[in-house]
Write a protein that binds this ligand. Structure first.
Ligand code: FAD
Length: 395
């Protein structure tokens, strides 16, 4: 088995597969490894993505789309409904994917571009020599072996160890992580054209409950609660979700359960070292407000694949070069959006139910035809001058 490549990508989620694909398309010799035996399974995601952003990264294939949404409805604590069309709602609204199919399709695209893909192959440590990452120790079916590479891309998701092995601080405090539980329910009466979000301290403290339709009476129904709002004597996310499901879908069956964490920390200080870049959830690049990370992971994966090509072509894989071709670029684009979202998140988590209700009342009769996120926020916070002041840096 070959043990030397130009690029080794650890983790075949959206970030890793796109990074591997782009690096291979640029002519690099790439190995993409995935610890699971089936790429994309089990799914730990509500599978919602924005249509327009997705189209920027891949050609849409209907086989991995479960629902094509018209928009979203947000319900405030007192039940006030705000309805938004898909092009306005943005964020994680648009398509609901079948990630088991989607993730595998992305890995297949990487393979088609020339990357070698190995499943059931886990990275167990990094090879570090002269302060440079030079590959990784891998484990396949109980056998350990080394693979050397000019550049390693760590795309190993929220539980990333690659960053830690490289000396990058990726630790998350309770306020930096949403603890999520999700059920795939079947046999329910669900509007298949809209996703729904429910907010409020009684429903999901510091987070929200979502319903993402998946076609034919099915939907992902889940909850994310901020770690800092949880405690030994408080209800667990699963308790909130069960009580919601009992009321909203008393007759539905739960056919799948998902437990997972979503980083909502905002940009971390460092995502590269000599010979290594982190991407996607491993680099904490998901959106701090929504927790959505698929498109950010794909975006960062693309930048890392291109950066690998530039650095290897220049014969320089040092931190200085990776800062120039990866770190600086993702921070100026994706990182800027993440930082803006963090400001909004920090403001939102301190809102009382009364605040949320008053914001919803001020919005419910607004006719949204075309509106950017900032326009929306401005309309929202006109009702509350104090919030507008807290968020002044956005406008
Ligand atoms: P991942 O998709 O996590 O991929 C990492 C891969 O690395 C995995 O396949 C893993 O098995 C592999 N791996 C890990 N360690 C190793 C190792 N040592 N060796 C080899 N392989 C390894 N985002 C959205 O955009 N929309 C949503 O609706 C949405 N809903 C969510 C709901 C829940 C409940 C959760 C938990 C998350 C949700 N997210 C959502 C977030 C989204 O799932 C992630 O942001 C996205 O998957 C990140 O992609 P990634 O490629 O960085 O990581």
């Amino acid at each position: 088995m070959k043990d030397m490549y130009e690029v080794l990508v650890i983790g075949a989620g959206p970030a890793g597969s796109i990074a591997a694909k782009i690096a291979a398309e640029n002519g690099l010799d790439v190995l993409l490894i995935e610890k699971r035996q089936e790429i994309g399974d089990p799914v730990r995601c509500a599978e919602g993505v924005n249509k327009e952003y997705l189209k920027k990264h891949v050609e849409i294939d209907k086989s991995w789309i479960c629902a094509d949404l018209k928009g979203s409805c947000i319900y405030s604590p007192d039940g006030t409904k705000i309805e938004m069309a898909e092009e306005i709602a943005g964020g994680e609204v648009g398509y609901v994917l079948e990630r088991k199919v989607f993730d595998r399709a992305l890995a297949e695209q990487a393979a088609k571009a020339g990357a070698e893909v190995r499943v059931k192959t886990r990275a167990t440590g990094l090879i570090i020599e002269d302060d440079f990452v030079k590959g990784a120790r891998l484990m396949h079916l109980g056998k350990e072996y080394d693979v050397r590479a000019r550049i390693v891309i760590g795309a190993d998701g929220v539980e990333s160890k690659v960053g830690r092995w490289a000396g990058i601080d990726t630790s998350l405090k309770p306020i930096d992580i949403e603890t999520c539980v999700q059920y795939l329910i079947a046999g329910a009466d669900i509007n298949q054209e809209y996703c729904e979000f429910y907010i409020g301290s009684e429903t999901a403290p510091g987070g929200y409950i979502w319903i993402f339709p998946k076609g034919e009476g099915k939907a992902n129904v889940g909850i994310g609660i901020l770690g800092s709002k949880m405690g030994k004597f408080k209800p667990r996310p699963v308790d909130y979700l069960n009580s919601f499901i009992e009321k909203r879908f008393p007759d539905a069956s739960i056919v799948e359960m998902v437990f997972g964490g979503v980083p909502v920390s905002g940009s971390i200080e460092k995502t590269s070292v000599n010979g290594l870049m982190l991407v996607g959830d491993a680099a904490r690049q998901s959106d701090p407000i929504t927790g959505g990370g698929i498109l950010n992971a794909m975006n960062a994966g693309k930048m890392a694949g291109e950066a690998a090509y530039e650095a290897i072509s220049a014969g320089d894989v040092s931190l200085g070069k990776l800062e120039e071709v990866y770190e600086k670029r993702w921070r100026e684009t994706l990182g800027h959006d993440i930082d803006m979202s963090l400001i909004v998140k920090n403001c939102f988590i301190n809102l009382t139910d009364d605040n949320l209700n008053s914001l919803a009342h001020s919005l419910k009769d607004v006719k949204f035809e075309r509106m950017s996120l900032l326009d929306l926020l401005q309309a929202l916070f006109k009702a509350n001058k104090k919030l507008l002041w807290d968020l002044r840096v956005l406008f």
